[in-house]
Design a protein around this ligand. Structure first.
Ligand SMILES: [Zn+2]
Ligand SMILES: [Zn+2]
Length: 327
């Protein structure tokens, strides 16, 4: 069998797409999301990945917090014993009962090496615990350092089969402006997604420099998006004392309800257009191994639980889930 590998990049809180034709007054651009920002020329690495890959308009139809979202991504099912709102998150370990794509990969390819790198909470069984190497650090540990650890393991294990890199820091962009002049990484959404694009570039460059690119499928996923320009964001902003004039530039977090409506700022009320911003997740497949016939393909509808079965189907891994392979 010809060598094939999977690199899985999980980007916390990254909205993949948005309501068609919406424009944010603060930037005169669509609200911050992968597809529209790529098309606007602001995210060269994502744009290249979309052009040479498959883009899925994907949704989290379950609970849009990190414990649930990460679990859906890893296990391909919404069925979970996790209890929403439990604090600390550690309590949710009791719900770690499903097989994950990382462990299934090892079962199908016992000779291959499978590793995961990210925040320690999601490096547990049921999330991204990996059979050969798992490294987790505290919440919002540096994305740069996490990436370096992942790359180092790959260099030491050049026969790696599946590597997962989870970058958490973008998830700090909750309760923040959409745009702030000269903002640093995680101070607003606009500058943060541009920074995140550089991490994607770094991953691709690394795979290419090491000569692994042609053997690698690149899977990019996120657990949830965030509320912006909707009734939920406006309500939260008012609760937090954000001045009325600044509500158009305010992103709240990914709190419930996840079903929400586009806010009409002229009429100062919710419109009838569904926004559901916290449900808009990222789901992309690319990599040098992806056959050219898929380049530029867009899939109109997919769900977060289709992520793991899509990886399984492309990698030839036996895997049971409630989602379906999209490629
Ligand atoms: Zn999250
Ligand atoms: Zn919303």
């Amino acid at each position: 069998m010809k060598k094939q590998r999977a690199f899985i990049l999980i980007l916390d809180m990254l909205a993949g797409h948005w309501v068609k034709d919406s424009i944010a007054p603060a930037t005169k651009l669509p609200p911050v999301n992968v597809l529209d920002y790529s098309e606007a020329g602001l995210l060269p690495a994502f744009k290249d990945t979309i052009d040479k890959g498959v883009f899925v308009h994907a949704w989290n139809k379950g609970t849009c917090n990190t414990p649930h979202g990460q679990k859906y991504l890893a296990s391909g099912t919404y069925k979970s014993k996790s209890v929403p709102g439990v604090d600390p998150y550690w309590k949710m370990l009791e719900g770690a009962d499903c097989e994950t794509i990382l462990s299934a990969c090892k079962k199908s390819f016992p000779e291959g090496k499978v590793a995961g790198f990210g925040s320690d909470a999601w490096m547990q069984s049921g999330w991204w615990k990996a059979p050969d190497c798992t490294m987790g650090w505290g919440s919002y540990y540096s994305d740069l350092l996490t990436s370096q650890h992942c790359f180092k393991w790959m260099l030491e294990n050049p026969d790696w089969n599946m590597a997962l890199l989870y970058l958490a820091q973008y998830d700090k962009t909750g309760n923040c402006p959409l745009y702030k002049k000269d903002a640093k990484y995680t101070e607003d959404k606009h500058h943060s997604i541009i920074e995140l694009d550089k991490y994607l570039w770094l991953v691709k460059k690394f795979l290419q420099e090491k000569g692994w690119w042609d053997e690698t499928y690149l899977f990019i996923g996120s657990d949830h998006g965030c509320h912006y320009g909707c009734d939920v964001a406006v309500k939260e902003g008012r609760k937090r004392g954000i001045p009325e004039k600044d509500l158009q530039n305010y992103c709240s977090n990914h709190q419930d309800p996840y079903d929400c409506y586009v806010w009409d700022f002229k009429k100062n009320k919710a419109s009838k257009t569904k926004s559901d911003c916290a449900r808009r997740v990222t789901f992309m497949v690319s990599g040098g191994k992806l056959p050219r016939k898929y380049h530029g393909e867009k899939i109109n509808y997919g769900e977060i639980i289709d992520f793991a079965p899509t990886i399984a189907s492309m990698m030839g891994i036996k895997f049971k889930s409630d989602g379906k392979p999209l490629i």
